[in-house]
Write a protein that binds this ligand. Structure first.
Ligand code: SAM
Length: 147
């Protein structure tokens, strides 16, 4: 099986991310892509420009982009979150100075979200489509700057 088979099976989203991270070391070639795209450089510029201080990066996977953001934006507190405990364990091991938590974005309540003034979605939209309306509404409610 390929890592993609743990995400979509017979054309249907199954989202078995934990099983996938237990079997595969580098799904989506995350170790090779941190910080190299225009959108990622643009994220750094936006954090600096708007002065965001408490940031949650959802779907952080192995933590490479979270670590890159921490390095580039030292005046912000940037926490990575992923639904897979195995991914978070690997991220903590690789980047011991960076904060990571395990959690499902779809299950975060307002009080959890309210701690952050910026929430970053990096390569995760496809996987939360079933709950996207609820998620965006929740973020909109607690976000003075909007979504
Ligand atoms: C394509 S990977 C992106 C990893 C990393 N952000 C990157 O850009 O390299 C998508 C990640 O989203 C995580 N994920 C999927 N659904 C999630 C959810 N509901 N809450 C938190 N993380 C989720 C998966 O475990 C996976 O690590």
């Amino acid at each position: 099986m390929r890592y993609q088979d743990y995400v979509i099976k017979d054309g249907k989203f199954i989202g078995e991310f934990e099983k996938m991270y237990q079997k595969f070391d580098d799904p989506w070639l995350q170790t090779k892509e941190a910080g190299i795209s225009y959108s990622r450089a643009n994220t750094v510029c936006s954090i600096r420009r708007f002065g965001a201080k408490n940031i949650l990066e959802v779907g952080c996977g192995l933590g490479y982009f979270t670590a890159y953001l921490n390095e580039q934006c030292p005046s912000s507190r940037i926490i990575g979150m992923d639904i897979s405990e195995t991914a978070i364990e690997k991220a903590r091991k690789k980047f011991p100075k960076v904060e990571f938590i395990c959690g499902d974005l779809a299950k975060l309540d307002n009080s959890a979200l309210e701690q952050y003034d910026c929430i970053i979605f990096s390569e995760i939209m496809w996987y939360i489509l079933d709950n996207i309306d609820d998620i965006l509404l929740k973020i909109k409610k607690i976000s003075p700057g909007g979504v």
